[in-house]
Write a protein that binds this ligand. Structure first.
Ligand code: ASP
Length: 581
């Protein structure tokens, strides 16, 4: 090693010893006769001191050092006269005897400090410099810890870590595939896995019993803060299990991670059916850090001459505790919020329950004081509260009210990033009808089994079949999801037919799986967690990008290596590809 210690290591007990450190110049300060240089590495910062009186040449040299120069220095550990309790090395400094300049550096395009002046694009372009910053490095350390603890838990539970191939063919997870042309098979393409779904099922047929993998998945979708074209899953599968076994095993994983990474207890995860989640929160991933359930109010509010309610398929609202003090302006803001094109509500009705017991609504014309008192009972409203009501068709009203609930949660400070509310959502519909395509799609994926008691409805009433599937939701984020799989060829074939695959297409795409099912497939099921999302959740961020060493931007570009990029005519030729002019 070029060094005897790292830059975060030396303490008062090292005083007097001669040490050699390596690192980058964080900053330097000239104070007349003295020059101070902060030397940084992954572990911390150590203050170096140069004295004009004792060694003028060395001090002069130190003054020439620029930011981010790479040094090897040898010197003596000395007690500082003014200590810095905020630094682990704050009690000492190193009086330098010798500097060896290992490398110089250009002036960085942004300051490598906790609060940097670099914008997003600049930091992505020079990601290797951004990664030198404490905050970004700490995110990578957290990611490392989550990965190690995941491996530790699953290893203890006898899971085998198995790698599955990346050059495969289409996996039906519902997104578009990324494809790779095959030079050796002109005109043919691999697809990158949207998940290792079929392979992990084949590993169960192989008798591996408990599999996991921390694995890259690829989905060509529109990007958002919590989506990247390539992302990482903790992918798992188990044999000879029922739903309850999976829930218990992976609740255990999450509990372990919370304990080790956050020193937090998350308690038992409640089970909520999809239909209850939709009815009470308008969302299949409800944020349970706060209550504010939907109040379905059609029965009470219709038939009083207010056309907006009378004509609506759904009339529902929420009670905002302490919200009566909301000003007209604040309520107008909320109205604008639900009217945004993404939500498309036509308006927002409100009723303030004043401290003096009177209720004042925006629709007083249609509802007497007596009627409004009935509202307060239905909404379980207390003096000082505010009732907010939306009306319209089911889908839109549900979505808008769900967003309004979350917005109110945020405004009232009920969505604390250091508080965690986890639950399982179960009993999803197996199939979703798509009006445009005029066919059913698998809500999860085509390998998910129906709940046994609903199986008889598969042909007569497919839309009413519930899936043997589950999602883990934490703080309104789906962190993981999975299902008990079909392991019978005939049922799998039936499923493909319902999903609009001809027998020939099903055979071409998934013949290997159905064939495997004929060689003694065990009952099995599994789950996959969004690893980047879990890291972001533990780190208290909404953006998974902060937890990926080299992420892509919103257009799916890596602006550091400038990819995707054109390829040469020779490469195209080798791949038998001609581009559209
Ligand atoms: N393959 C599924 C997914 O990526 C997870 C699973 O069913 O285990 O969502």
């Amino acid at each position: 090693m070029l060094r005897t210690h790292n830059c975060g290591q030396l303490t008062i007990s090292d005083t007097g010893s001669q040490v050699t450190l390596c690192g980058w110049v964080q900053r330097s300060r000239d104070l007349g006769g003295m020059t101070f240089v902060d030397l940084r590495d992954r572990y911390g910062i150590t203050q170096l001191v140069f004295n004009m009186e004792t060694d003028a040449i060395l001090c002069e040299n130190a003054r020439q050092l620029g930011r981010e120069y790479v040094l090897m220095v040898t010197g003596t550990v000395t007690e500082r006269s003014s200590k810095n309790p905020k630094m682990s090395t704050g009690d000492i400094e190193v009086t330098v005897l010798q500097i060896h300049l290992l490398n110089s550096a250009l002036t960085p395009p942004f300051t490598i400090e906790d609060h940097t002046d670099g914008g997003d694009d600049l930091r992505l372009k020079y990601r290797y410099l951004d990664l030198r910053r404490n905050a970004v490095r700490a995110n990578m350390e957290l990611r490392h810890q989550v990965a190690q603890e995941t491996r530790r838990y699953l290893d203890e539970q006898q899971f085998l870590e198995v790698e599955t191939p990346v050059l495969i063919k289409s996996t039906p997870e519902g997104a578009r595939d990324f494809v790779v042309p095959s030079r050796m098979n002109p005109g043919e393409f691999y697809a990158l896995p949207q998940s290792p779904q079929t392979f992990k099922q084949l590993l169960m047929v192989a008798g591996f019993d408990r599999y996991f993998q921390i694995v890259k998945c690829f989905r060509d979708e529109d990007l958002r803060a919590d989506r990247q074209p390539e992302f990482t899953q903790i992918d798992c599968e188990m044999s000879f299990v029922e739903q309850a076994d999976i829930l218990q095993m992976f609740e255990g994983l999450i509990r372990h991670l919370f304990r080790k990474v956050k020193q937090a207890e998350i308690g038992e995860l409640p089970l909520m059916t999809y239909s209850d989640a939709m009815k009470n929160y308008g969302n299949d991933k409800p944020d349970l850090r706060f209550d504010m359930k939907f109040v379905h109010a059609g029965e009470l509010l219709k038939g009083k001459g207010f056309k907006v309610f009378d004509d609506a398929e759904m009339v529902a609202g929420i009670n905002v505790t302490g919200g009566a003090s909301y000003t007209r302006k604040q309520i107008d803001e909320l109205t604008d919020f639900v009217r945004r094109p993404q939500l498309g509500a036509t308006g927002l009705v409100y009723a303030r329950y004043h401290e003096d017991g009177t209720v004042k609504s925006s629709v007083d014309k249609f509802y007497s004081g007596e009627e409004l008192t009935k509202w307060t009972i239905l909404f379980n409203s207390k003096p000082g509260d505010l009732m907010l009501v939306l009306a319209g068709d089911n889908t839109r009203t549900t979505r808008a009210l769900s967003e309004l609930r979350l917005e109110m949660g945020t405004r009232l400070g009920l969505r604390d990033k250091n508080k965690f509310a986890a639950l399982w959502v179960v009993d999803f519909p197996l199939l979703e009808y798509n009006e445009e395509a005029k066919r059913f799609f698998a809500m999860h994926h085509p390998f998910t089994s129906p709940r046994p008691e609903d199986q008889h409805l598969l042909e007569s009433s497919p839309g009413n079949v519930r899936a043997n599937a589950y999602d883990m939701v934490i703080n309104g984020v789906e962190v993981g999801g999975g299902s008990i799989r079909i392991y019978d060829k005939a049922l799998q074939q039936k499923m493909f037919r319902i999903l609009g695959f001809s027998d020939k297409e099903a055979q071409e795409q998934f013949g290997f799986l159905m064939q495997a099912f004929e060689y003694g497939a065990p009952p099995h099921g599994g789950i996959a967690f969004g690893f980047d999302r879990l890291c972001a959740l533990f780190g208290g961020s909404d953006s998974i990008r902060d937890y990926i060493a080299f992420p892509k931007n919103n257009s799916g570009r890596d602006i550091m290596i400038d990819s995707p990029a054109a390829i040469s005519p020779q490469q195209l030729d080798e791949l038998s590809i001609s581009l559209k002019k």
